[in-house]
Design a protein around this ligand. Structure first.
Ligand SMILES: [Zn+2]
Length: 179
């Protein structure tokens, strides 16, 4: 599973929204575009029990050419499997930091408030008891892993002397140990 970003998104906000969602077929390893975020979240929420295959897309089989290639025309993030589906009325957003170091996940609540952590979500539900029946476990701030080889070289070079890239490298080394 991955969330990909088109290469030329305006950067004025400082963060790049995820522009495309794709899932990889377990059988032929081709990438299929998933047209809506809702469908993507549905696939992702039960990825372990129901691995994605081309047949899940209407009129698509493993013999069809891939919808999209995993390459450096976009920066890719690989999502964790089984992130719960976003509760109704809420929207989950993924954005890539401008320096390409990390994705951030946040929720927009039905009241339009932006919530960036479990602690903030707890405070929101306490202040808005009409949502107290939604288990807090339905909200996940787990973010996709930035695939370093798909980060534009210009960004990597630009940041060589900045502290953000030092942090990025540290994170990379840490994840290399767990891989
Ligand atoms: Zn396939």
């Amino acid at each position: 599973m991955a969330a990909a970003r088109p290469p030329k998104t305006p950067m004025k906000a400082g963060r790049l929204p995820v522009g495309l969602f794709a899932a990889q077929c377990e059988e032929c390893f081709k990438w299929r575009l998933i047209s809506t975020q809702e469908e993507y979240e549905d696939i992702r929420s039960k990825m372990i029990e129901e691995p994605f295959t081309c047949h899940r897309k209407t009129e698509t089989s493993c013999n069809d050419p891939p919808d999209i290639d995993y390459d450096t025309t976009r920066t890719w993030g690989i999502d964790k499997p089984n992130i719960p589906k976003t509760p109704e009325g809420f929207t989950r957003r993924l954005v890539l930091r401008k320096n390409f170091s990390k994705f951030d996940a946040y929720y927009v609540t039905p009241t339009g408030k932006t919530v960036r952590s479990s602690t903030e979500m707890l405070a929101f539900v306490e202040a808005n008891p009409q949502y107290k029946d939604i288990p807090l476990s339905s909200f996940s701030f787990a973010v996709p892993k930035v695939m370093e080889e798909t980060v534009p070289e210009s960004i990597l070079k630009e940041g060589l002397n900045s502290s953000s890239v030092k942090r990025y490298k540290k994170t990379k080394n840490e994840s290399a140990h767990t891989d």
